[in-house]
Design a protein around this ligand. Structure first.
Ligand code: ZN
Length: 105
């Protein structure tokens, strides 16, 4: 899998688990065939994250938080930080150390 696709898959997994655990009871729609059900708020964040990853010109891409030209708007940056923190802990508890790598970088 290409690095770009892998990054996108991970960020979607993070948003998926965040939405599942924090937004129960909201109406959800299906993002892709990967069984990713998201509420409206998380769907917007997911589409935004995909778009931003696709247009990132940096190669190799630095950690977003170390980037010299951060491209997320303040609103989405705050949102994705919350998601990464919550889901990062969730996955580490389940032994997904490969996800810890994504969380930290
Ligand atoms: Zn949600």
């Amino acid at each position: 899998m290409e690095r770009e696709d892998r990054d996108i898959k991970v960020v979607l997994d993070f948003i998926k688990i965040y939405c599942k655990k924090n937004h129960e009871g909201r109406e959800k729609t299906l993002l892709n065939e990967n069984n990713t059900w998201l509420c409206k708020e998380c769907m917007e964040l997911a589409l935004y994250a995909i778009k931003k990853r696709r247009i990132c010109k940096k190669d190799p891409k630095p950690a977003c938080k170390r980037c010299d030209t951060p491209c997320y708007s303040a609103k989405y940056r705050e949102q994705i930080r919350k998601v990464m923190k919550f889901s990062g802990i969730y996955y580490v508890k389940r032994g997904r150390l490969d996800y810890l790598y994504h969380y930290l970088r």
